[in-house]
Design a protein around this ligand. Structure first.
Ligand code: MSP
Length: 480
């Protein structure tokens, strides 16, 4: 069986930034780990193109929304590809197959009797594409904003169609209780439970007065499908080759959009008679130095391509993000912090590889069988439970501890000493190479390019008797 891992589909009202790459890289690291260590997995990611804020952004640039979205979608694709992310199932909500799926979901909700005519008057935040009750808003200066997100709200009064969200309150609470692993981390799960226990109101799922979305046709007054229902339905669409991807085994989201995924989404699925996801995991935010959330709207976001340019390897940012902050918690991004992690890799791993290879070549030491005795299968037994638990930082902590041990082993055994007997030296260096092999298999999901150099060179040397020649890893960064 192939596991499906989904990421949110990102709004196209601006360029991709570090936050978007974070969630998608988490899915990709899992995909690589599962695939390498013996399970199969695929990633669905993509862009959420409809809605008021995208329409307004395109208008502000004097462009048609479609043309504008085409450009931004290409940028997301380019950035994901630059980070080595598998984009075979990159999804766009302006695609015809999406429209078909979204309408199919809406029809299923209607057929269950869960859609009814109503009207809405209240606050709407275009940047969140979310409705808020009066007591969920507050004034910051002259501006009325949503208390939860700080996004400016606008007063909306219009006829609409509602979804009977309140009907699913008990069923949702039962699901949270019966499947404690379904919403993670536990603290976020508890927040969701208390939110639902406070009572759910029905949800307005259609909008009027703008055009950039899915038209629901004559029966529904040509209203536009609420962009969150539009976007969530993406998860149900089979992939480009027609293979089923739903139900997903894992849905990764930022904590900002957990309610949409842990409350509205499962209620829609229950109404449509569809299975629920196995696990929804909400990760934390990357913050700036001053502790603000990095976001497109505030213009404080880091461009991941700048870091890529500097280090010339997408693995450096990947390693930094999963080494620095336990997945689920917030973290402050800093370029110096990236550099510290780069140096950690260069000093503890790059130098180790370099030193051991140089000695193996210099003393013409044959590589022994046992160097390769750790298999991907062994790694799977040990690491897959940690990956299932999204414990990237634990995996990397252990990996760095192995690097330290390997370096200490060399320092203690001094294979470079003239007094070291040849057969003892060969044993020491082969042991060190076995450590390198194991460390490399562990690093591979984060640093696929550097790891593949090491694996290819070691394998070629062993199988074909060529000199062990590993290119210099972690070349110094460029000034950009
Ligand atoms: N389009 C909706 C999601 C629809 S899914 C059916 C959306 N898009 S978004 O462009 O605003 O992306 C939000 C997601 O991007 C977050 O949930 C998170 O995964 C990621 N991040 C955006 N900023 C982030 C940080 N500063 N830090 C970490 N991740 C962040 O919401």
């Amino acid at each position: 069986m192939t596991d499906t891992i989904t990421t949110p589909i990102y709004y196209t009202n601006g360029n991709p930034h570090l936050g978007h790459v974070y969630t998608t890289l988490a899915a990709e690291v899992l995909r690589r780990a599962y695939t390498l260590y013996g399970r199969r997995a695929r990633v669905r990611t993509g862009v959420d193109e409809h809605g008021l804020k995208v329409q307004r952004k395109a208008e502000s640039l004097g462009m048609s929304p479609q043309k504008y979205c085409d450009q931004i979608a290409d940028q997301f694709l380019a950035v994901f590809e630059a980070f080595g992310i598998d984009t075979r199932d990159f999804y766009r909500t302006t695609s015809p197959r999406h429209k078909e799926q979204a309408l199919k979901l809406f029809k299923a909700l209607y057929d269950s009797g869960d859609i009814y005519r109503s009207s809405f008057s209240g606050w709407y935040a275009p940047s969140d594409e979310a409705y808020y009750a009066e007591d969920e808003t507050e004034f910051r200066g002259d501006l009325r904003v949503a208390s939860l997100t700080g996004s400016p709200v606008e007063w909306v009064e219009e006829a609409c169609f509602n979804f009977r969200l309140s009907k699913y309150q008990d069923a949702l609470l039962t699901w949270y209780r019966d499947f404690p692993e379904a919403i993670r981390p536990a603290t976020r799960r508890n927040e969701v439970i208390s939110f639902v226990e406070r009572g759910l109101k029905d949800l307005c799922v259609t909008r009027k007065n703008f055009s950039w979305g899915i038209d629901l046709g004559d029966d529904f007054d040509h209203d536009i499908l609420y962009v969150w229902v539009d976007a969530l339905s993406n998860y149900l669409t089979p992939d480009k080759w027609g293979r089923q991807v739903w139900p997903a085994q894992l849905q990764l989201v930022g904590k900002d959009i957990l309610r949409f995924h842990a409350v509205i989404w499962p209620a829609l699925l229950m109404s449509a008679g569809l299975p629920l996801p196995t696990k929804i995991f909400a990760h934390g935010w990357w913050l700036t130095d001053s502790g603000d959330k990095m976001a497109k709207s505030t213009g404080n976001a880091i461009d991941p391509l700048d870091i890529l340019k500097k280090y010339d390897d997408p693995g450096i940012l990947t390693y930094y993000m999963f080494r620095e902050v336990p997945f689920g918690e917030d973290g402050k991004f800093s370029s110096d912090g990236v550099h510290v992690r780069f140096r950690e890799l260069a000093n503890k791993y790059g130098n180790l590889v370099n030193r051991v290879c140089t000695m193996i070549r210099k003393y013409e030491i044959p590589i022994q069988d046992f160097v390769f005795s750790t298999s991907y299968e062994d790694m799977g037994k040990e690491l897959l439970p940690l990956y299932d638990d999204l414990a990237f930082h634990k995996i990397l902590d252990q990996t760095v501890a192995l690097m330290d041990e390997a370096n200490q082993y060399l320092a203690l055994n001094t294979p470079w000493a003239q007094s070291c007997e040849a057969s003892k030296r060969a044993d020491i260096l082969n042991s060190a190479l076995a450590d390198i092999w194991e460390i490399t298999l562990r690093l591979q999901p984060y640093l696929p390019y550097q790891a593949s150099h090491v694996i290819a060179s070691m394998s070629a040397s062993y199988h074909h008797g060529v000199a062990l020649d590993i290119p210099i890893l972690f070349t110094p960064p460029k000034d950009v």
